[in-house]
Design a protein around this ligand. Structure first.
Ligand code: SF4
Length: 215
C-alpha cells in the first residue's frame, strides 16, 4: 500500500531530526561572499561540480565585483576564466546578460523574489531557490541531481523532473527546514548514500528509509 502523506511527513521529520544531529547546518558547497557571487557561481555549477566551480570563482570574482562589472565584461575574457566549467559560451552569454538585467531592472542588486530571479537570464528554479534560501532566508527546495536522486531513493518522490520533485518535497518538508534539508541531502549522498553503493548498514536514517539494504 502506498505510504500516506501524513506518514511520509512524519518519516521526513525523523530524517530531519537525524540530519540535524549528523550534518548540522550544512552549507551550500559553493564558495561565495555575497548574493551576486552565489548567483553567478550557481549558474557556473550547471553541468559542473561545485568543486570545479570553486577553483574558478576566486579569479572570476577578483576581476568582476559588481553586476555592472559583469554587464561590461568582454565575452572572450570572461570565457577564458570560466572555460573549465563547461558550456562556457552559453554561460558567458547568460552571465553578461544577467549583469545587464540586474543593472537595468534591479539597481545592480540581486532581487528577493522567485519571479524576479526567474526573469534573470540563465537563472532557473534551482538557482532561484538556492538564492532565496541561503541569502534571504526564505523557504525553498533546491533540487539538483544529488538531492533529486536521494529524494527518489528515500521514497519521497517518484518523479525525475526537478520541478515535480520540488513540488513533492514542498508538501513534506516544513518551510523552515526546506533550504537546509536539500543541502543535508547532498551531504548524505556523499557520506552514506552514494549512487553506486549506498552504505545502508552504517546509515543513520536507515530506520526511516524504505530502500535500506535493497540497493
Ligand atoms: S538506508 Fe541506504 S538507501 Fe536509505 S538513505 Fe541510507 S544509505 Fe541511502
Amino acid at each position: 500500500m502506498a505510504e500516506s502523506i501524513p506518514k511520509k511527513k512524519e518519516r521526513v521529520l525523523n530524517i530531519i531530526r537525524i540530519f540535524d544531529r549528523v550534518y548540522g547546518d550544512a552549507d551550500c558547497t559553493l564558495e561565495y561572499k555575497d548574493p551576486l557571487q552565489l548567483l553567478i557561481a550557481t549558474q557556473l555549477a550547471a553541468q559542473c561540480t561545485d568543486a570545479r566551480v570553486n577553483l574558478v570563482t576566486p579569479a572570476l570574482f577578483k576581476k568582476y565585483k559588481t553586476a555592472q562589472d559583469f554587464a561590461n565584461a568582454d565575452a572572450e575574457e570572461l570565457s577564458s576564466i570560466i572555460r573549465s566549467t563547461g558550456f562556457y559560451r552559453n554561460k558567458t552569454k547568460n552571465i553578461i546578460a544577467c549583469g545587464k538585467k540586474l543593472v537595468a531592472d534591479f539597481g545592480g542588486k540581486v532581487p528577493e523574489t522567485m519571479d524576479e530571479l526567474l526573469a534573470l537570464p540563465g537563472v532557473g528554479r534551482k538557482t532561484a531557490n538556492l538564492v532565496l534560501g541561503d541569502i534571504f532566508g526564505k523557504p525553498g527546495i533546491v533540487v539538483d541531481t544529488h538531492a533529486g536522486r536521494l529524494a527518489r531513493r528515500m521514497g519521497l518522490t517518484k518523479n525525475t523532473d526537478p520541478y515535480k520533485v520540488e513540488l513533492d518535497l514542498l508538501k513534506l518538508v516544513p518551510e523552515e527546514k526546506q533550504s537546509m534539508f536539500c543541502h543535508q541531502l547532498v551531504f548524505h549522498g556523499r557520506e552514506f548514500c552514494n549512487a553506486r553503493k549506498p552504505f545502508c548498514n552504517a546509515c543513520p536514517v536507515r530506520d526511516f528509509c524504505p530502500r535500506a539494504g535493497v540497493d
